[in-house]
Design a protein around this ligand. Structure first.
Ligand code: ADP
Length: 484
């Protein structure tokens, strides 16, 4: 029955809120990256459909913003309940289109639901401010109002949770939304929109666009005057482009972009825990996350012990189809991803790095790559300079805290960093010195709906999750009442 229910969701995609009126009839295909099998054919939408969707959102905006917060909250809560109820079905769709192991997909769906639940609750807690006026004849206060229509664009690596993270705070704040999911993974987003319709969002409040290509819809979202804000997660390159396109109309932006996360193991760390944390931070989602540990720095005295234990653990990771039992590492999203990984490994080997395990593509079908550990890596190699986005763990030896902090900060990115140390003084000094929006201390995993997720430097603008995530979809308005 599980598959039947998933099939029902697929069928219901046909009816999802979308501006069908002008659709030209062009289509694009979605494939399973583990098998190459064709999963679905969807309408390929462009500028006209985006325009229609934005107009629909614009028409719904006023009514949605005027709804009592408690009503918005109730609808979001119903959406949360439906996502949880259909957790297994959504996970199956997610694994089919993206490849990650089914258990990880289920975890992602529940993580997505937790954001919807959080913002169902926060919707009721949009507080203003009053403050003392400098003169007695007046009163001063601040109210918070929704930004307006929000255009959102999401990536393929977390196709369910990125949707929830973006649109649930926007909806809670009172914004109507238009979403374009990644072309590789639009199905789970579609299924979530089916459930959103069931939850009872009024017509025009949530709008979904499918497209084989992001650029035309991106341009329309950035240039239509009714869109007041763009919220994007993806590459820094596309983030820059969207920010430029938004500058003409000074649209607000929230950007979650690339990272180059350092993972630092100091000589006073608990090595077994550091190995555990590194496996999680590096190999979750097959290394395809913007907070994946991209470069692992280990202090000289513990380097060999760490590397040995880490390699043993990595050898145990099973690679395969996300639907097979016991699989820890699914396929890469496509062959371009494999090419980048291969180029990074080749560059490291040419410059004196050593493969301790893995290092090659696997099989002839699908896009699988062996979990790989490299040692003898230096800061200047491509694998330490660029985001690899794959199951490659390069280990760099270091001597002093000063040196490692300088190398960790020597990047345009500033999303996530991790370090393991026990000495309290060191923990504080390093936590404060790392130029990152998020720092995991003695943990390899920190994402939570209760916490502000986001980056500094060229990793982005704004935060998702926590009460701060709601603020990003609110404007403040200062009211001054005179003659009192
Ligand atoms: P990735 O490397 O993860 O695919 P991208 O930044 O290319 O990262 O893609 C993330 C999202 O941005 C996807 O939904 C994609 O369709 C969209 N996208 C890509 N190029 C553009 C663009 N020029 N304008 C708007 N959206 C885009």
């Amino acid at each position: 029955t599980k598959h039947l229910r998933a099939a029902d969701l697929f069928a219901a995609l046909e009816n999802v809120t979308r501006p069908a009126a002008k659709w030209t009839g062009a289509t694009f295909d979605i494939f399973n990256p583990s098998t190459g099998e064709l999963l679905a054919t969807l309408p390929d939408m462009g500028i006209d459909e985006a325009h229609t969707a934005i107009e629909a959102a614009g028409a719904a905006q006023g009514l949605w913003a005027a709804k009592p917060a408690k009503e918005r909250s109730t609808i979001l809560r119903r959406w949360h309940d439906l996502i949880v109820e259909h957790g297994d079905d959504l996970a199956a769709i997610l694994t089919a289109e993206m490849g990650k192991p089914l258990a990880e997909a289920k975890g992602e769906v529940l993580h997505a639901a937790s954001y919807v639940e959080w913002y169902a609750e926060e919707a009721k807690r949009v507080y203003g401010e009053t403050f003392p006026a400098p003169a007695n004849d007046r009163r001063m206060l601040v109210i918070k109002q929704p930004v307006g229509v929000v255009g959102t664009i999401t990536p393929w690596n977390f196709p369910a949770s990125m949707v929830a993270r973006k649109i649930s705070p926007a909806l809670a704040a009172g914004c109507a939304v238009v979403l374009k999911p990644a072309e590789q993974t639009p199905l789970v987003a579609g299924a979530m929109f089916v459930l959103a319709e069931k939850a009872g969002f009024p017509k025009g409040v949530v709008n979904l666009l499918y497209a084989a290509e992001g650029a035309p819809i991106g341009r329309e979202l950035c240039s239509h005057p009714k869109v007041r804000k763009i919220s994007f997660t993806g590459s820094t390159e596309v983030g820059r482009l969207l920010m430029r396109q938004c500058s003409d109309q000074i649209k607000k932006v929230s950007l979650e972009l690339g990272g180059n996360a350092p993972f630092i193991v100091f000589d006073d760390a608990d090595i077994d825990e550091a190995v555990d944390g590194a496996v999680q931070a590096k190999f979750r989602n097959a290394g395809q996350t913007c907070v994946s540990a991209n470069r692992i720095y280990v202090q000289s005295a513990v380097h060999d012990a760490f590397a040995e234990k880490f390699v043993d653990r990595v050898r145990e990771l099973t690679v395969g189809d996300g639907f097979s039992a016991g699989v820890a590492i699914g396929p890469m999203i496509d062959s371009h991803a494999i090419e980048k990984i291969e180029a990074h490994v080749a560059d490291a080997l040419a410059k004196g790095g050593e493969v301790r395990c893995g290092g090659r593509r696997l099989g002839t079908r699908g896009t699988f790559f062996e979990p790989t550990v490299l040692t003898g890596i230096s800061h200047s190699m491509r694998v330490a300079q660029e985001e690899t986005f794959g199951p490659i763990a390069p280990i760099i030896r270091f001597e002093t805290a000063e040196q490692v902090v300088a190398e960790a900060n020597d990047t345009i990115y500033g999303l996530a960093a991790y370090f393991y140390a026990e000495n309290l003084k060191r923990v504080w000094h390093v936590a404060e010195a790392l130029e990152y929006g998020m720092v995991g201390i003695n943990t390899g995993r920190m994402s939570s709906e209760a916490a502000p997720f986001g980056g500094i430097k060229q990793s982005g603008i704004g935060r998702e999750g926590s009460r701060h995530g709601l603020e990003d979809y609110l404007e403040m308005k200062y009211l001054c009442m005179g003659n009192i």
